[in-house]
Write a new protein. Structure first.
Length: 692
């Protein structure tokens, strides 16, 4: 029992322990009462005594239970009080926390709002700046747009490059692009725009760099570009002698009646430098790939007839960037006798039948000596109406009656242009007309004129010339001290390459040209003795007639210490000789224009020329008293006069170097480009357009 009492929980115990203690006391009291009631029934004294004890005990237990219950109740109330205080504290803390959180949230909201306002302000400012920038760019683009010519057709161009090389190339390209843009802007500013936009189709048997045997190829390379730069739409039509890089097959095939044979040709196309190059493809051209004028008379007639017919219809068939030329504002330009059938076909096959009503043809005479003469009955193979025959018939006092293709071309074209003013006059003379002077003299007023060729300064400028890279040569500017250094270096390189003594003080004389009667090579051969007795060096490049090739080789063999003859056709050597020689010889018996004297001037080589045709128009005799002139001329094709002119040039070179330098300077300061000539051609074409 005592043990039970001693286990009564203290006030420090938990309420649950109290409750357990109270409940144990209650059950013990209840057990005592039960036992007491059971004992009550006993009637003996001992039992009553036990009963009394039990009653006391149960009363005591009940009393203890009551006390414990009161204590428990007190404790509960105390705890409730504590809980209330705690709750209040907690509530207060919660309120504080809430207030703090709200304050913090409010601060955050304010900060967010301020940040949002600031970012909104920044965005507005940025947008305003961007709008201003965009407006400025749009204005700059519009300005550039107005100044920049538009592409003919917009292409998506995919350029593939290796990643490593790209960065370097991009930097180089950027610099190059800037330089080009500047050059273009300069050229653009210098290049006047066309008076009236024309569709111009130029037709020839050769066009450099695809095919070239002489000056015609050079003109076809540069005049179309110059016309395109003035704003005209320009097509060049030439034979496809072989495969050319970047030229694609249009898949257009057309069949023409060529000298009585149905003949299918293909059109190939290349767009470059603003010009549409259209190549006529047929096996007959492939056969002469190594000598484009090879074959007999009927071969040549077949090729030329095919070229002219295909050229006339190229304006309808060749897409040229999706927009064929059509027949509006159309000027066909036939060059030399190879294209002379074009004006004839234009009239006979089309205009007489109401087609190409507003198209006109112009004929450019590069060389009157080649006319396409043949037997008269050849006319019938051309499938032309009988009344056209009179245009072809030439009753020549020298050659007799013949069929003459150039005559028909001259007669049936609207305008005729010779390649220099001097030559335009010469071909009206019996000496210079090669039998066609009477035909030309029959022309109505304004039909004939002369325009001196220009030169392609991209191809023929010493500062841009890729043929001067390597072998000790050097590009050089055609001006200032750098000119003298560059020229000297090229001269030494030429002497070294050809195995001549490397000397600055000896004048190097050059000759470049076709080896035939025209170029006056025989005058050089006749002057051999005198030339090779001089302290001078002679370098000659040419190909053509066998006897003249042999004459050149003979000179080299006899004077191996002073003379070199390069027999063959080498564009690179032509450039190197022009750059390396001091004096260029052009003793041509006749020269429609001549390009070599113009190239020579650009490279600081002083020309010595026979004053005929274009040579007379472009080279002025040096006058030491007035300090004028850009070369030396002689007035008739006689050896002693030629020698005399060379002698003057060499004396000036040796004894008056300052005067020689001034002559060189006057040469390369001259405007040699195509701009002026292209403008004059344009005038002629516009005149043709309005001629009936
Ligand atoms: P033509 O047209 O009468 O032949 P030009 O002086 O008008 O004479 O033009 C000749 C052109 O041909 C020039 O570009 C000249 O450099 C070039 N040429 C002539 N003969 C050769 C040759 N053997 N090798 C390289 N180019 C040559």
């Amino acid at each position: 029992m005592m043990a039970s009492t001693s286990r009564t929980p203290s006030l420090a115990s938990t309420p649950r322990a109290f409750r357990r203690a109270v409940s144990s006391l209650s059950s013990r009291a209840r057990a005592s009462v039960t036992r007491a009631s059971r004992v009550e029934d006993a009637d003996d004294a001992e039992s009553r005594e036990r009963l009394e004890a039990l009653r006391r005990r149960s009363t005591a237990l009940l009393e203890r239970q009551r006390l414990l219950t009161e204590r428990l109740e007190r404790r509960r109330r105390e705890r409730e009080g504590e809980n209330d205080a705690n709750r209040e504290r907690e509530e207060a803390a919660a309120v504080r926390e809430r207030e703090e959180a709200e304050a913090e949230a409010e601060a955050r909201r304010r900060a967010d709002a301020e940040a949002a306002a600031a970012s909104e302000r920044a965005r507005a400012e940025r947008e305003a700046a961007e709008a201003a920038e965009a407006a400025a760019q749009a204005e700059a683009r519009a300005r550039a747009d107005a100044e920049t010519p538009k592409c003919r057709e917009r292409l998506n161009i995919v350029m593939v490059a290796s990643e490593r090389a790209r960065a370097e190339r991009e930097a180089a390209e950027a610099a190059e692009a800037a330089a080009q843009a500047e050059a273009r802007a300069r050229a653009d500013a210098e290049t006047p725009k066309c008076r009236e936009r024309l569709n111009i189709v130029m037709v020839a048997s050769e066009c450099a760099p695809f095919s070239k045997t002489g000056g015609l190829g050079d003109v076809m390379q540069s005049l179309p570009k110059a016309l395109a730069a003035r704003g005209h739409r320009v097509m060049v039509v030439v034979p496809r002698y072989k495969e050319y890089d970047d030229v694609y097959d249009t898949d257009v095939r057309v069949t023409f009646n060529v000298l009585g044979h149905p003949t299918e040709i293909g059109y190939f196309h290349l767009y470059r430098d603003g010009v549409d190059y259209v190549f006529i493809d047929h096996g007959a051209y492939h056969h002469v790939r190594d000598g484009i004028y090879a074959g007999d008379r009927s071969d040549a007639m077949f090729r030329n007839s095919m070229l002219c017919q295909a050229a006339l219809e190229a304006v309808w068939h060749v897409p040229c960037g999706g927009a064929p030329y059509g027949d509006e504002n159309l000027i066909f330009v036939a060059n030399d006798w190879h294209a002379a059938l074009l004006p004839v076909y234009l009239q006979a096959f089309y205009r007489d039948h109401g087609k190409f009503e507003f198209a006109r043809s112009c004929f450019v005479v590069h060389n009157m000596a080649h006319q396409g003469r043949g037997p008269l009955d050849e006319f019938y193979s051309l499938q032309l109406p009988e009344h056209y025959k009179e245009h072809f018939v030439l009753d020549d006092p020298v050659g007799g009656e013949c069929m003459n293709v150039m005559r028909a071309g001259l007669r049936l074209s609207t305008k005729v242009i010779a390649v220099s003013e001097g030559y335009a006059w010469e071909i009206t003379t019996d000496m210079g007309g090669w039998g066609l002077a009477p035909t030309i003299r029959e022309f109505g007023p304004g039909k004939l004129s002369g325009i001196v060729n220009g030169i392609d300064l991209d191809e023929w400028s010493p500062e841009l010339d890729c043929h001067l890279d390597g072998d000790g040569y050097a590009r050089f500017p055609p001006r200032g001290d750098a000119f003298s250094d560059g020229k000297r270096q090229c001269k030494r390189a030429l002497q070294r390459q050809l195995g001549l003594a490397e000397r600055d003080d000896v004048p190097v004389l050059g000759f470049i040209g076709r080896l035939d009667d025209q170029k006056g090579v025989d005058l050089i051969a006749e002057a051999e003795g005198w030339l090779c007795s001089q302290d001078a060096q002679l370098v000659m490049l040419g190909s053509g007639r066998g006897d003249l090739e042999d004459a050149l080789r003979g000179m080299e063999n006899r004077h191996h210490d002073k003379c070199r003859a390069w027999v063959g056709f080498s564009v690179e050597m032509a450039h190197r000789i022009t750059a390396g020689c001091d004096i260029l010889l052009m003793p041509s018996r006749f020269e429609p224009c001549g390009l070599n004297q113009l190239y020579a001037m650009r490279y600081g080589a002083v020309p010595v020329v026979h004053a005929v045709g274009g040579l007379r128009d472009t080279v002025q005799q040096y006058d030491p008293f007035n300090g004028t002139g850009n070369g030396w001329t002689f007035d008739s094709a006689e050896t002693h006069k030629f020698i005399d002119a060379i002698n003057h040039a060499m004396c000036t070179y040796r004894d008056f170097p300052e005067a020689f330098r001034e002559i060189q300077a006057r040469g390369f300061e001259r405007d040699l480009g195509w701009n002026r000539a292209a403008e004059l051609y344009e005038d002629r074409f516009i005149d043709a357009k309005y001629s009936w």
